[in-house]
Ligand binder design. Structure first.
Ligand code: NAD
Length: 249
């Protein structure tokens, strides 16, 4: 019945914020969803909510920045499900605002490991099965920070810019195979991650939004839902914006 009936979707960071909103919509569209998240409690809560509503969903507690963990995850998912049609690389982290020269190497490296390297590992693990099937949809959640660069955000902004570059390369490499790869760039969205930075910082960011407000996770998830579906058929290696008019490219 649903647009994604019979399909299997993997959503990283699917237990919170934009990822949870995405998990809900993909479930509504009939997909079986594997939530991949570091946080066991949030994962359990997400599964309880959605399985309770009759959806086919389970969680794997995995650190996407670990090569071994991602390899084990891919083996397990492919063994159990036999297919992956949709991969949403949404898991990400941010840090408190700090200048580049105040950013310790560990912070810089961690930001790249999760926001960029994790996305690379997940794509590398799941693209082969999509190629075999001749069908797949990959959506990488980047950020407007990757387009504009935010003050006090050199590690995050650069990792998100790199995720956009990865999406463009991979989308072109896969063009014509039936596997499509796009990025989504949210602006400021009301999620636990965004709310962890200072209210002052959020207000400064919100002031730059032409629509005059921050976004809701569901408003980003709707774009991911489309890009995860067969309805997205002639758009690949593209960057889809969800920022209330803040970035227009
Ligand atoms: P969130 O913190 O609400 O959710 C992120 C989820 O990712 C959490 O459940 C967390 O446990 C999980 N996660 C973190 N590191 C992980 C790892 N190494 N392995 C597996 N799971 C991990 O955040 P959100 O705001 O919903 O962010 C989702 C994505 O959207 C992120 O990539 C973020 O950078 C991006 N984004 C968010 C905003 C915003 O304003 N909220 C803006 C632009 C981009």
């Amino acid at each position: 019945e649903g647009l994604l009936a019979g399909q299997v979707a993997v959503v990283t960071g699917g237990a919170s914020g934009i990822g949870l909103a995405t998990t809900r919509l993909l479930c509504q569209d009939g997909a079986k969803v594997v939530v991949v998240d570091l946080d066991p409690e949030a994962s359990q809560a997400a599964v309880a909510e959605l399985a309770g509503a009759g959806h086919d969903v389970r969680a794997e507690v995995v650190d996407i920045s670990s090569e071994e963990s991602v390899a084990a995850l891919a083996r397990g998912v492919l063994e159990e499900e036999g297919r992956v049609d949709v991969l949403v690389n949404n898991a990400g982290i941010n840090a408190a605002a700090m200048t580049l020269w105040d950013t310790p190497p560990e912070v810089f490296e961690k930001m790249w490991r999760v926001n960029l390297f994790g996305t690379y590992l997940m794509c590398r693990a799941f693209v082969p099965t999509m190629l075999e099937a001749g069908y797949g949809r990959i959506v990488n959640v980047a950020s407007v920070a990757g387009k504009e660069g935010n003050t006090g955000s050199s590690a995050y902004s650069s990792a998100k810019a790199a995720a956009i570059g990865l999406t463009k390369s991979l989308g072109k490499e896969l063009a014509g195979t039936g596997v499509i790869c796009n990025a989504v760039t949210p602006g400021v969205i009301r999620t636990p991650l965004a709310m962890r930075t200072t209210p002052d910082h959020i207000q400064r960011l919100a002031a730059k939004i032409p629509m005059g407000r921050i976004g809701e996770p569901e408003e980003v998830a709707e774009i991911i839902r489309w890009a995860s579906s067969p309805r997205c058929s002639f758009t690949t290696a593209s960057v889809l914006d969800a920022s209330g008019g803040r970035t227009t490219y």
